[in-house]
Design a protein. Sequence first.
Length: 95
Amino acid sequence: METDAETGGKADYVKRAKIIYHNDDVTTFDFVALSLIRFFRKSLEEAAELTLKVHNEGLAVVAVLPREAAELKRDQVVSAARAQKFPLYVEIEEE
């Protein structure tokens, strides 16, 4: 917990983390888009835009969540990718 300078009280501080998808030559566009819909509740349009960004730029921040939630989502996505033999790399970076 950090001290809130204005109130002199204590404020809960939750560390947030960026979830970053990295492009590779094996993971399909469809898998990436569907994982964004399934695990991050992105709309079809949002998922398509983020998937194109991953493909064209090499990576994209797909969500920013509390650290523990980000780790769980990363693990879920990677597990789903490995089950389909995809090497998708999902990185967590402190915000």
